[in-house]
Design a protein around this ligand. Structure first.
Ligand code: AHG
Ligand code: MN
Ligand code: MN
Length: 330
């Protein structure tokens, strides 16, 4: 089996980007160890701190954030970082060629029940000059690499550098990421959806109609039964979609008028959207491709609908739009 280093060498990336990917992968190995020690290492439970988004930080949110921050700080190619757990960007190495955005621990509510969590990351080219927040506000299409690490029964790394999606499994003996799927591909059709149904009454009309029709199954316009899954960690739900197809959505809702969206663009939606598109799927807000959004803030939130192309397009029909990213623009 090919190692991560061997795969990256066949992709003919710059030495600098290869270095940053290795830094992220090596840091994920350390996070995997911390997560696996769990209660034995006293890393479970909450802190008394809140992040910039008003969410109580778990101990592991802070520990994993610090691990990634320290690793990226000593990588000369990383100019600055933006993290879910940092209010502001962190400027690192002035000669660095890249900016890194990350969610150090996705699925925080799963930590204390020993369930699925992961790390999501996005790498952008660093503009010339001193890095500031504005430097990060690039559309997702500009990402030069994106991926996630899933700390499940095995630790897996899904990675794209714009050459498809490769899936690696961490060998617990050698501590190498080994290639276990060279080309992840999302089936265009599916009968599985993922949504937090408890928000149903707060959704907008198009999503209400779409999900109602899925629930009608053989008795409704879709004329077949659908199954539902919800891991409560985007990283786990998107991994399932990449493995066996499906549609995952966290739509806009009016449960809290000050927070119409849940997922964050720069370190959740964008990296996952690039992975999904690279695996042949579609990723949209309902009204535009996620990767085309011009970001306004590093902690901006967006609606997310992603997964199997035909099913996402079916959902977009309810929103009055249809994307076919295979067709060239004219
Ligand atoms: P995080 O743990 O990084 O804050 O992200 C959690 C996100 C996402 O991973 C997941 O899909 C969603 O929140 C779950 O939300 P609900 O608790 O509303 O189901
Ligand atoms: Mn998250
Ligand atoms: Mn998180």
């Amino acid at each position: 089996m090919q190692t991560l280093a061997q795969v990256l060498s066949t992709q003919q990336l710059s030495a600098s980007l290869t270095q940053v990917i290795h830094t992220l992968a090596n840091s994920a190995k350390d996070i995997s160890q911390a997560v696996r020690h769990g209660a034995l290492a006293g890393v479970l439970g909450a802190t008394e701190q809140e992040n910039v988004q008003g969410e109580t930080q778990k101990k592991l949110d802070i520990i994993t954030n610090d691990m990634l921050k320290q690793a990226l700080a000593i990588d000369s190619q990383v100019k600055a970082l933006a993290s879910e757990e940092e209010d502001e960007i962190v400027v690192l190495n002035s000669d660095g060629s890249y900016l890194v955005c990350f969610d150090p621990l996705d699925g925080s509510s799963n930590i204390d029940i020993n369930s699925l969590v992961g790390t999501i990351f996005s790498v952008l080219p660093a503009p010339e000059g001193k890095a500031d927040q504005q430097s990060f506000l690039q559309p997702g299409r500009d990402q030069v690499a994106a991926g996630y690490v899933l700390y499940g029964p095995s630790t897996m790394l899904a990675l794209t550098t714009g050459q498809g999606v490769q899936l690696f499994t961490l060998d617990p003996n050698s501590q190498e990421f080994l290639l276990t799927n060279p080309a992840m591909s999302i089936s265009p059709d599916t009968s599985e959806f993922a949504i937090n149904m408890s928000n149903q009454r707060f959704w907008e009309a198009p999503m209400q109609s779409y999900i109602s029709d899925l629930l009608l199954g053989t008795l409704g316009p879709r004329a077949r039964n659908f199954n539902m899954r919800w891991i409560a960690a985007m990283v786990g739900d998107v991994h399932r979609v990449l493995c066996r197809g499906g549609i995952f959505t966290y739509p806009s809702d009016h449960k809290d008028p000050n927070k119409p969206f849940k997922l964050r663009l720069m370190y959740e939606a964008n990296p996952m959207a690039l992975l999904v598109e690279q695996a042949g799927g579609v990723a949209s807000t309902g009204y535009e491709a996620i990767l085309d959004i011009a970001p306004e803030h590093i902690h901006q939130r967006v609606a997310v609908i992603l997964g199997s192309a035909n099913e996402v397009n079916a959902c977009l029909e309810y929103h009055g739009q249809h994307y076919d990213d295979q067709e060239p623009e004219c």
